[in-house]
Design a protein. Sequence first.
Length: 476
Amino acid sequence: MFIKNISIPFTYKNNSNISDSNINNRIFYDKKLATDTVSFKGNKELSDVEKYERAIDIVDCFSKKQIQNMDDFDQKHLEGIQYGLKTFEDLSFPQIYFLLSNMGEISVPVVRDCSGMCPACNVNGRPKERNTDAISRMDFEDFKNFTDDIKEISRRLNFDCAAKSLEKLINDTKEYGYYTMPSSALFYDSDGKDIWLKDENGKIHEFPELNKMLYEATGIKGIFDTAGWAPRNTIVQTRMEKLVNYYSKPENQKEIDQINISLNPYHGIMEKANEYKNKGDITSYTRMKKTYINNIVNAMYTCTPLVDSDCYQILIKAADSTQDNRFKDYDQDVCINLLKEIIKTLFDRYLQDVQEGNYKYAKNFEEAQMLASKQVAKCSTLLINLTPSAKNNIFSTIKDNYSYVKNKPKASFNDVMQTKLNNLLVDVNGEVYINNDHELFKTDICLNFKNKNKKTKQLYPLPNKRILNTKDKTFN
Ligand code: SF4
């Protein structure tokens, strides 16, 4: 049966010879639909154009509200609606629907290199690999086509990705006792400061523009994360100043959910500093720690125009060392002391504005004090996200995938999709994955990207051997 529990929105005259009992067949007697199960012409293979026209006709028959219940349809009747959309070529409609309806948390990492070298990075962010043919940056035209195609197919379907994602997230998170808004990220194992793409004419497109493209396609706000950068890196400094300026304008804030500075006592630079400390080389320890503090202070200072915006925050991550002394270099006390040094240095930086008379942000002592306190207020989130076991998992994740499925070898497609909080991940070559903090599942979806046949950097956690087949909703 094609239609399940859906009322027909079009009206017909009372004296019409179309009755309620045969109204469903009204669709199939339409000339463009005549090759379906009930047909005067008999079944024949439809051309792509005919399938497209049929799908558009079907969508036209339903109001916007009802089309959002697309789960109630037999989706094969919308096959063809993707006609002419480049990145969806070779995908079936159920695969495209899977993409559209799982965008509540989506990562489209346009770059997959990171120089952070954090030992506890759960996605193993690492610098650009040399001597490899694996790509680690998305092609700009692929990214543009992807966002254009989402926009176009949503228009054809009257489909609101953001509304669907919100509904799904609310359902998914109910049992966890918290609620989260849909969000998108242009990073996965990379730092936001390195987000840019070059088009075929050599023009560079940076985070605000790329994020806007994804936002306009999905209606889902973006997240930006950085662990800081060296102030002497003028390219990154300029890029970040432009970004802050863009999001400090109220009219652009609808596009962004969070701009986060991550303060991690286990950042690669701090890890190096700790190595020196443990060897008793206090001079090198102090130098490295100062480097880290200066990077974070510079990032916070650069973000000053955002201190009054809800989207801006400083995420501090600490481990629990009460159960395992190995985490003493990453615990709350370390974080608090580090934060005290950071705030003092930041305050001095604002004061410097006053003393040097450039008045960039602070015009007097009181303003310097006020800005520093506002920044402290932004640091109120202390995330204890590393427990000894979690940390063990993180280290072992990289070698040996912690696996939900390993413990549930008979897990089904629905188990994976419904019992976990999942993120949709689109790799730089168009391959699509589902992941959470501990696991990564490859799907049968590969977008028709220019780079679809290229290898990419290894993703972490290592993908599970079983593949999610979104075409027929199986997990093999
Ligand atoms: S900066 Fe972020 S992505 Fe990069 S290594 Fe550190 S935690 Fe991983």
